[in-house]
Design a protein around this ligand. Structure first.
Ligand SMILES: Cc1cc2nc3c(=O)[nH]c(=O)nc-3n(C[C@H](O)[C@H](O)[C@H](O)COP(=O)(O)OP(=O)(O)OC[C@H]3O[C@@H](n4cnc5c(N)ncnc54)[C@H](O)[C@@H]3O)c2cc1C
Length: 376
């Protein structure tokens, strides 16, 4: 009988492990969502609702042999997983890959688990955004910057102002990348206030249209018609706080070994945003880690010693499109890292925001068929 590999979380890392081992093990993926959500595409999904279906890939299309359980893990112990429904899923091997949440619309609302609801949320917020002339974005990290770029791509005449307490954009990246980013933001007419916070948040909810005034702690008044929160990653490890498997770090992350085992267990692994690791919290690193876990699990399934180790990334990479026409990036190059040209950013990410890559993982073809404007 095939060994049972239970993967908690069907995101970037979890779906890669599941797909890779589908033919060799009895694979089960647990995730409350109906579909894998490609967060890289979420901001364009907001500004172009007719394109939004490209961000979602039904989990039902992932596996030929294994199964998907649409439920939330509420506890994990060395023998298996307990679900919110009370159901128990016993496991020979467990992979924890529950990632992180981020304020909607950068990631779906936690309660919006169906594709139809996610598309409905985006349509509703799009309508709010469409009627707002002035947009305030709180947070000028990659998420806020991509949101600003996508908005300007669709509505060049909207006023977009970003506010961030940080004193520089993309700290730690090459000066020429940061310089080019400032140049492109100026060209697009995106205003950035750095080293500035707000005295109080807008009185109206994030993503809802309605005129408001806020004051920065430098005393500047900003009038806008809608605002978005673009900060605040929430590590999704609440189901481990009962301590039945491990003790989380002070940051709520999972201590792992260099083979990506949860410390103390050779049959339990953890990958992606949830691990206590020097890798940046990015999908690209979650997928590199997933490949290490696949190698180790393959060895164990074959009765061999697992030998693949993961070393933290030494270079910092990024692809940051500002809409479909421009963007900045930094990629590994001979002898280190180098700035990417806007054409490279477009070709590698900006054109389709990785849709083609995930279409392959989820059985090829389009991510989701849309009929009469409804997700199906
Ligand atoms: C707007 C935006 C753009 C981004 N763009 C990029 C990019 O271009 N490149 C890049 O490398 N990174 C990007 N990132 C970061 C990237 O999205 C994260 O690093 C990535 O999602 C982490 O992947 P993961 O596999 O750890 O988990 P996730 O992809 O977060 O998936 C976790 C899954 O676990 C599920 N889950 C959570 N809790 C439970 C539970 N208790 N039980 C069962 N299932 C659960 C969730 O529903 C989810 O499906 C972006 C992030 C945002 C917000």
């Amino acid at each position: 009988m095939n060994r049972r590999v239970v993967i908690v979380g069907g995101g970037y890392g979890g779906t890669l492990v599941a797909k890779s081992l589908d033919a060799e093990a009895d694979v089960t993926v647990i995730d409350p969502r109906e579909a894998f959500y490609n967060a890289s595409a979420s901001l364009r999904a907001l500004t172009r609702p007719d394109w939004a279906h490209n961000a979602v890939f039904p989990l039902e299309n992932l596996l030929d042999h294994g199964k998907v359980i649409h439920d939330r893990a509420v506890s994990v112990d060395p023998e298996g997983v307990t679900l919110a429904s009370g159901e128990r899923v016993e496991a020979d091997y467990i992979v924890l890959a529950t990632g992180s949440g981020y304020t909607y619309p950068a990631k779906p609302r936690e309660t919006s688990t169906s594709i139809a609801q996610q598309m409905e949320d985006l349509r509703a917020t799009h309508q709010e955004l469409a009627r707002a002339g002035r947009v305030l974005i709180l947070g000028a990290g990659p998420v806020g910057l991509e949101l600003a770029g996508e908005i300007k791509d669709v509505w060049p005449d909207k006023q977009v102002i970003m506010v961030d307490r940080a004193v520089e954009l993309l700290p730690g990246f090459l000066p020429e990348v940061v310089g080019e980013l400032h140049r492109q933001l100026d060209e697009l007419g995106i205003q950035v206030r750095l080293g500035a916070g707000l005295k109080a948040l807008p009185t109206i909810g994030s993503g809802q249209a309605g005129r408001f005034v806020v004051t920065t702690d430098h005393g500047e008044e900003i009038v806008a018609d809608i605002w978005f929160q673009a900060f605040g990653v929430r590590i999704a490890t609440g189901y481990l706080t009962d301590g039945k498997l491990l003790t989380l770090t002070g940051r709520g992350t999972i201590p792992v070994t260099d083979r990506l085992n949860v410390q103390g267990y050779e049959h339990v692994y953890a990958i992606g945003d949830i691990i206590a690791h020097a890798d940046p919290k990015m999908a690209s690193y979650a997928m590199v880690q997933a490949e290490v876990v696949v190698k180790n699990l393959r060895a164990q399934l074959a009765g061999d010693r697992p030998g693949a180790v993961h070393t933290p990334a030494s270079e910092r990479r990024i692809l940051l499109p500002l809409g479909t026409r421009t963007g900045v990036g930094q990629l590994p190059a001979a002898g280190g890292i180098a700035a990417a040209t806007p054409e490279m950013v477009y070709q590698r990410k900006g054109a389709d925001l990785f849709t083609a890559r995930f279409a392959t993982r989820f059985g090829g073809g389009r991510s989701l068929q849309i009929e009469s404007g409804r997700a199906s």
